[in-house]
Design a protein around this ligand. Structure first.
Ligand code: NAP
Ligand code: ZN
Length: 362
C-alpha cells in the first residue's frame, strides 16, 4: 500500500490570516486565481490580499475563470502570470478556480511551452500552489488533479500532471452564505468521491479508512441536503468530509459516475456535483448486486436502509435528469471507450450493466 498527501492542510477559522506568513514565504509575487465574483462577495479574496499585504508580498488577480475551466482561460491567466513575474499561484473558489490554478502554475513554470504539454506524458514541474476552497465538494485543495474542458474532444479531462497544492486553507465562513443549491450539489460531489473511491480497484485500507470516516461525517449533514437551515457547524463538517474525500480519490481516482457526468456537464451544462449525483444510485445498485454485504455496510453508514431509499434521497436532492435515448447511447458508447474509468471498477461490467446504471435514476 502507498499513502501520499503532501499538502499541508489548515482547517480552522481565519486559516488564511493565521498562516499568511507561510503562504507569503512561497514566493515574491502571487498570481491569485478566482471565478467571476463569489470570492469577492464571501470575503476569501479580501483575506488572501490582506495576508499577502501584511507580509509584504505582491500579487496580481486573475478573476475570469469560468465554471468547468477552459484551456483558453488557463493560457490567458498563465500569460498574465508570466508577464507580471508571478512565482506562486493561489486558487480561491470552487473546484474550477482551484483546478485552473494548478494548470496555470504548470504553464507559468514551463514558459516556452504550448498548451499541448497539459495532456502530454512528460514529467514537468509547476510553481507552488495554495488553495482556498469556497465550496464543499471537489476536494481539489488536496488532490493532484486539474480537470479542464477539452473542446476538441467535447468533454472534460484531468491534465496529465499530478500537481499537489503546497498549502490548503479550509475555512467554513466562506461557504456559510452560499446558496443551498451549491451546498447540495457540491456535497453530493463529495459523496460521489467517497463511493467511487471506496468501490474501486485501487482502494487500499488507507483510502477506505478515509472513506469510512468521511462518510460518517458527511452523513451528519443529511438534514442540510434535505433543505433544512444550516450554519457554520454544518459547513465545517461538510468541508472536512470533502477534504477527506479528496484525499481518498487522490489515491484511487474516480470511476464511472464521474466519467458519465462529463457528458451531461459538457452537453447540457449540468453543474458537476449534480451530474455526478445522477449516477450514484445506479452505481450503488450495481454494487448491491455484486457485493451486497459491502453495499449494505455503506448504506447503513450513510443512514439509508437500502438502494431504493438512497435513490429516493438523490431524487429529492437533485430531481431527475433530462436524459433521452440518444444521450443514454452516447454516454454508454463514450464510457465503454473510457478505459481509465472502467479499469478501476472492482468488478467486470457489460454494456447492459452500464445502460442499467445510466437509466436507474430515470
Ligand atoms: P465551481 O465550478 O468552482 O463553481 C460553481 C459556481 O459556484 C460558480 O458560479 C461560483 O461563482 C460559485 N461559487 C463558488 N463558491 C461560492 C460561494 N462560497 N458562494 C456562492 N457562490 C459560490 O464549482 P465546484 O462544484 O466547486 O467545482 C466544479 C469543478 O471542479 C469542475 O470543473 C469539476 O470537474 C472539478 N473537480 C475537480 C476535482 C479535483 O480533484 N481536482 C474533483 C471534483 C471536481 P464564481 O464563478 O463567481 O466564483
Ligand atoms: Zn467530482
Amino acid at each position: 500500500m502507498e499513502f501520499y498527501i503532501p499538502t499541508r492542510v489548515y482547517q480552522e477559522s481565519d486559516a488564511v490570516k493565521n498562516h499568511g506568513k507561510e503562504i507569503a514565504a512561497l514566493g515574491r509575487k502571487a498570481l491569485i486565481v478566482t471565478g467571476k465574483s463569489s470570492s469577492a462577495k464571501n470575503g476569501s479574496l479580501a483575506d488572501v490580499k490582506a495576508a499577502l499585504e501584511d507580509n509584504n508580498t505582491e500579487y496580481t488577480v486573475f478573476d475570469r475563470i469560468e465554471e468547468n475551466p477552459s484551456i483558453a482561460a488557463v493560457m490567458e491567466a498563465a500569460e498574465i502570470g508570466r508577464s507580471e513575474g508571478a512565482d506562486f499561484v493561489i486558487g480561491i473558489g470552487g473546484g474550477s478556480p482551484m483546478d485552473a490554478a494548478k494548470a496555470i502554475a504548470l504553464m507559468i513554470q514551463n514558459r516556452d511551452s504550448s498548451e499541448d504539454i497539459l495532456y502530454t506524458d512528460i514529467k514537468l514541474k509547476a510553481l507552488p500552489v495554495v488553495e482556498v476552497p469556497t465550496t464543499c465538494g471537489t476536494g481539489s485543495e488536496v488532490t493532484p488533479y486539474a480537470i479542464l474542458t477539452r473542446k476538441e474532444l467535447k468533454t472534460k479531462q484531468s491534465i496529465r500532471h499530478r500537481i499537489f497544492p503546497e498549502i490548503a486553507c479550509v475555512d467554513a465562513k466562506y461557504i456559510k452564505n452560499a446558496p443551498q443549491s451549491i451546498i447540495i450539489n457540491t456535497a453530493i460531489d463529495a459523496l460521489g468521491h467517497f463511493i467511487e473511491s471506496y468501490f474501486n480497484l485501487n482502494a487500499t485500507d488507507y483510502s477506505k479508512m478515509l472513506c469510512l470516516y468521511g462518510m460518517k461525517e458527511w452523513a451528519k449533514n443529511l438534514h442540510v441536503l434535505r433543505g433544512e437551515n444550516f450554519g457554520e457547524k454544518e459547513c465545517n463538517s461538510l468541508l472536512f468530509a470533502s477534504t477527506l474525500a479528496g484525499m481518498a480519490i487522490s489515491h484511487t481516482s474516480t470511476c464511472v459516475p464521474h466519467g458519465l457526468s462529463y457528458y451531461l456537464t459538457y452537453n447540457k451544462g449540468v453543474p458537476h456535483g449534480k451530474a455526478v449525483g445522477y449516477f450514484l444510485a445506479g452505481y450503488m445498485a450495481l454494487v448491491n448486486q455484486r457485493i451486497p454485504n459491502e453495499a449494505d455496510r455503506i448504506f447503513k453508514l450513510l443512514g439509508f436502509s437500502d438502494v431504493k431509499e438512497f435513490k429516493e434521497f438523490i431524487i429529492a436532492c437533485l430531481g431527475r435528469p433530462d436524459i433521452n435515448d440518444e444521450d443514454a447511447t452516447n454516454m454508454l458508447n463514450g464510457i465503454m471507450e473510457n478505459h481509465g474509468k472502467l479499469a478501476v471498477l472492482p468488478f467486470v461490467v457489460t454494456r447492459m450493466d452500464i445502460r442499467y446504471l445510466i437509466t436507474y435514476i430515470l
